[in-house]
Ligand binder design. Sequence first.
Ligand SMILES: [Fe+2]
Length: 456
Amino acid sequence: MAASSIRFGAGVTREVGMDLADWKVRHALVLTDPYLRPMRPVAAVLESLESNGIAYTLYDQVRVEPTGESFQHTIGFARGVEFDAIVAVGGGSVIDTAKAVNLYTCYPPEDFLDYVNPPIGKGLPVPGPLKPLIAVPTTAGTGSETTSVAIFDMKHMHAKTGISHRRLKPTLGILDPDHTATPPRHVAAACGLDVLCHAIESYTALPCAERPLPARPIVRPAYQRSNPISDAWSLQALAMTAEYLPRVFRDAGDEEARGQMILAASYAGVGFGNAGCHLPHGMSYPVSGNVKSFRMPGYVAPQAMVPHGVSVILNAPAVFRFTAQASPERHIRAAEVLGAHVRGAKAEDAGRIRADRLREIMHGLEIPDGLRAVGYERADIPKLVEGMLPSTASPSYRRVRRRRKIWRRCLRTRWWRTGRSWEDSYRITTSRTFVHRALPAGPSTSSVTTYSPAAL
Ligand SMILES: [Fe+2]
């Protein structure tokens, strides 16, 4: 198990400068995005740095929904700064970008793709310790403050990939409920559903005992599949999300619920950061990457977008109806924690019970249900299939790679040519052995900015 140290409580952001001073940091690189720049979380961090005598350089143009290009822009800026610690203030996009900046400035590779997960990159391990990184999350969703992954878009592939190694995890996560005070309720719902999926997917990932031992610890993957420790974090996150997300949706001023959701996001981060996620996340990336004109209420992004949490949950009910046959007892248990009535439930009912409960939650949060609800048609399926393949073809999942033809036949031919529901096609054409694999997970929500560094 690996997770960041976490500090929780209203107002704890004021301690950031004290920590850096105690660590003998002289100059910090502060990263945030342009939307957050004028807001309270950034001001609180800067005030703390100034009052504790920490010099800093502020870069406020991190792209929300980062890409390989935006990573490289920010890394390029950071190379011109002499810093000995990083403070990331924002959602998963900012924190993931900070992880990449830390790695690429400490150990510059010959090629940007050297550290990127296969099959897109070489997946080289992080060579050694990185600089201190403090993450100050402003959304209760990605859990990136506790995880060892940095996710980004490969725009030309309409897919996401990432960099993954346990040395990437932040040194300290600052969980300050004051900083998630006023998200629009649909934004809070989308972020909360990301938490929910992190928890369920990590709990239902394949057991860690089925993973071969690595030759050396340094090449041990961050995602170890489900295990007794990650199970505890995932189930607790699930219970907290079931109780508190509806309350945050109804009333953003519910301080107790807001605080519990930011904790739940971190709990789920510890769970999936060590176990991994699987199909709902793997399938979500092309759903967000190929968006046409859909816009989610509450989001101010200038372009069409499917928020990450929505793109994940859209496919989840259908996926879990299928994966339930591989571990019905875990699917029933997860449904029970979410509030479903499971007394007397049989194994063959596990998928239906779980899917029905998820749909009830989605409808209660006014979340679109199904791909058509966000603008996709059958003709889009080939693009969606192609976009998910990079998430399923890492060397750790060779069996998945061997099944590419089946995936294509399932999602392209049977689904969109025969008129069967994709759920039925899935059940017919895939085996229970591979869809249950853990796949890389990822963050975040959305929009575009330009590159204009602002050094203070
Ligand atoms: Fe996620």
